[in-house]
Design a protein around this ligand. Structure first.
Ligand code: FA5
Length: 340
């Protein structure tokens, strides 16, 4: 009786194993036949009811069925694994004889591109391009620009101080100081470069960004001269009319001082995260050089005067290309960079 059931069970389990089309179906067949609560387990329990002389023979037979089913399962699992491997190899197949795609065309980073356009423009107007160190002395970054240690204006630029008393320059203005001392008047210079501020980062503020300083020292320099150069700068970059506004601005190293803002080109002035919903972007602070600044760098303010400006180069790049988040510029993300 048990013998017949065992034979039927083996036949139907073998059939299920053969017929399983997926690894899941195969597993279900295994659980049904060989699982802890499966049919074979049930049969071994029933063996207890047999006469002792029958028990040994049936036990042997039961083991043989179990082994046969395990072997069939393993074989079928092997077939599935083989099929999966073949599918993967077919999908990953590469024709090594095809020609290589060749080097990707490279392009300049948009910051580098605009910086060199501005350098060319100012060189054509007789300006020297100066470079200064990113690690500066406190004196060049602040004191020589009419900001002694107790001056509240220092707080406007959150500073990364180094342990030896130096700092990461907070603006490119210390290169004015280096330029005045090295070249003396008359002087026309620009100084593009990286600056650092310990600031909260958002869509329009980075802790590391680029400025381009400009300075002219000569006899009888006026605000009209300053405006001429700044307008030329904007026309050179935007090559179209942009709406600007000039308002009073305070910087201890210029007097009078101005802020030149540009109507936001991301939103057209309607308000967005870049202009903090205000419609205007601070771009180009400027003014006539404060006489103390000239004096501190050995230039007689009775004889010479000048103007200076500090362009937010990173923001200018954002305006020119319509980049809605400053963080993209230094992200190194090729999907972003490939657009330029
Ligand atoms: C200055 O740094 C002055 N040295 C500029 C100056 C030079 C004024 C010469 C007068 C004469 P300000 O802190 O406003 O000023 O920064 C100048 C420009 O840098 C801003 O208008 C803005 O465009 C840009 N800027 C400032 N902070 C950030 C920042 N965290 N991320 C990106 N751009 C910034």
């Amino acid at each position: 009786m048990l013998e017949t059931t065992l034979a039927q069970l083996e036949a139907s389990a073998q059939e299920r194993i053969r017929a399983s089309a997926t690894a899941d179906e195969l597993e279900a067949a295994r659980v049904e036949a060989l699982g802890r609560k499966g049919t074979l387990a049930q049969l071994s329990k029933d063996m207890g009811k047999l006469a002792p002389e029958q028990r040994a023979a049936t036990g042997k037979r039961l083991n043989a069925v179990k082994q046969a089913l395990e072997a069939a399962l393993e074989a079928r699992q092997g077939e599935f694994a083989g099929q999966a491997l073949k599918a993967r190899l077919d999908a990953e197949w590469i024709d090594l004889t095809l020609p290589a795609p060749g080097p990707r065309p490279a392009s300049l980073h948009p910051l580098t591109e605009i910086q060199s356009e501005l350098e060319d423009l100012f060189i054509s107007m007789g300006f020297a391009v100066l470079d200064g160190p990113e690690v500066e002395t406190e004196f060049n970054n602040f004191d020589a620009l009419n900001m002694p240690s107790d001056h509240p204006a220092r707080d406007m630029q959150d500073t990364f101080w180094l342990t030896d008393g130096h700092l990461l320059r907070t603006h490119t203005s210390p290169v004015q100081v280096r330029g005045m001392r090295k070249l003396g008047p008359p002087l026309r210079m620009i100084a593009p470069g990286r600056v650092f501020r310990n600031e909260e980062v958002d869509a329009s503020h980075e802790h590391t960004f680029y400025q381009l300083e400009g300075m002219m020292v000569d006899r009888e320099v006026s605000i009209a001269h300053m405006l001429y150069f700044m307008k030329t700068l904007l026309a050179g970059i935007f090559k179209r009319d942009v709406t600007v506004r000039l308002r009073p601005g305070f910087f201890p190293f210029v007097e009078p001082g101005f802020e030149l803002d540009i109507q936001c080109l991301i939103c057209g002035g309607g308000g967005c995260p870049v202009c903090k919903q205000g419609g205007w972007v601070e771009l180009l602070p400027c003014g006539l050089v404060q006489p103390n600044v000239l004096r501190l760098s050995g230039i007689d303010p009775e004889e010479w005067n000048g103007f200076a400006f500090g362009l937010g180069l990173t923001r200018l790049v954002m305006m020119r290309y319509g980049i809605g988040d400053i963080r993209l510029l230094l992200s190194g993300d090729l999907r972003f960079l490939k657009q330029f």
